[in-house]
Ligand binder design. Structure first.
Ligand code: TXA
Ligand code: MG
Length: 338
């Protein structure tokens, strides 16, 4: 980590000038711009190659005035903010009229989050004297795996100052490793709280705070690009394989002369060629995206992922893995029978 006060101040000034700055958060790195500057927000979409109707999360300081962003902050939001901010939780609230529509992908809601990473916090305190909002989607090209190190961001967009980014703040390897939990509180009267994206903060933890379980998304739920079926995907096909079938699958691939990369988590596979992630959900999530990138770089025929446990604590991980594997459905059948 090489972020000092001067680097934070410089990054804040660049943002205030309408430039793009990549910043670490505790979940993944964000591609940041001044949320009140429509041209800067447009540059986020152009740089990511993201469709303009996909809304972007606005990051705020812990004591920011939320009425600048949302017309209403219901009791449930206050309770969740007290319990989980700063932290990996995004709240969807009714959007205040002065917030540029482009940030919200044209929707009448706004996604707000106060990140816990000390570098993100320092930047939010310095940017517009702590009263600004930094619009920041994950700092990857649309549909790619999210970045969890500064090097991943540079791999996506090139060196700062040369490519589209004015600066990349290096805050080390993101601790959480998968994107924030998103809860929609913008339609409480009609739909109640809705879990739009699972993450480290679980549905059960949210229920404990607000007294009711958030519902799963329905078709009328606001659009969430992270909820497209195919997303978070490396370029190598990904196949999820039960631990019990892993050895035979590897043998079949070998016999057919096909190469594979492996992401496993149970002890008995630790010695195999590939990466071995911790068998607890927090440790697994922390290493997941870096492992997908590392295995992708092997340019094998397929990335085999040992299917993680299906318990609630693994929901965010299983969600991201199913999306990473979505476009690869049937890949093993095709490889082995083809
Ligand atoms: O952990 C995270 O949330 C990271 C870090 C950088 O904060 N950000 C992130 O941003 O994952 P992004 O843009 O890659 O994903 C944000 C998700 C998208 O799926 C987007 O559609 C949804 O949040 N979202 C943002 N604003 C929304 C809104 N007003 N209504 C519904 N969904 C919204
Ligand atoms: Mg993303």
């Amino acid at each position: 980590m090489t972020v000092d006060n001067a680097a934070i101040a410089r990054a804040a000034r660049l943002l205030e000038q309408g430039q793009l700055v990549a910043l670490p958060t505790e979940t993944v790195y964000g591609l940041g711009a001044d949320a009140s500057n429509p041209a800067a927000v447009a540059a986020i979409f152009a740089t990511k190659g993201r469709p303009s109707n996909h809304p972007v999360i606005v990051h705020v300081a812990r004591d920011a005035d939320l009425s600048r962003w949302a017309t209403e902050v219901p009791r449930e939001a206050r309770l969740l903010i007290d319990a989980f901010w700063p932290g990996p939780l995004t709240l969807i609230l009714p959007r205040a009229p002065q917030v540029p529509a482009a940030v919200a992908g044209g929707q009448d809601t706004i996604g707000l989050r106060c990140p816990a990473h000390p570098v993100a916090q320092a930047l939010l305190r310095e940017f517009q004297r702590g009263q600004g909002g930094i619009a920041a989607p994950s700092a990857n090209r649309f549909g790619h795996v999210s970045p969890t190190t500064a090097q991943h961001v540079i791999d996506e967009f090139g060196q700062p100052g040369i490519g589209p980014l004015a600066a990349v703040l290096d805050g080390g390897h993101c601790e959480v490793g998968i994107e924030s939990t998103i809860v929609d509180l913008s339609r409480l009267a009609t739909h109640g709280p809705v879990l739009l994206r699972p993450g480290q903060i679980s549905a059960a933890q949210i229920a404990e705070v607000i007294g009711r379980m958030p519902a799963l998304p329905d078709v009328a739920a606001p659009r969430v690009s992270g909820s497209l079926d195919a997303h978070y995907a490396p370029s190598t096909p990904v196949a999820l394989v039960e631990g019990s079938a892993l050895v035979s699958t590897m043998q079949q691939l070998q016999v057919s002369g096909l190469s594979y990369a492996l992401i496993a988590h149970t002890e008995k596979f630790a010695a195999l060629h590939g990466v071995h992630l911790p068998a607890d959900p927090d440790g697994y999530a922390h290493g997941l995206y870096a492992s997908l990138r590392e295995m992708d770089a092997r340019h094998a025929s397929v990335i085999l992922v040992e299917l993680p446990p299906l318990e609630a604590a693994w929901q965010g991980i299983n969600d991201r893995l199913r999306r990473a594997a979505f476009d690869s459905a049937g890949v093993l059948d095709r490889l082995l029978k083809g």
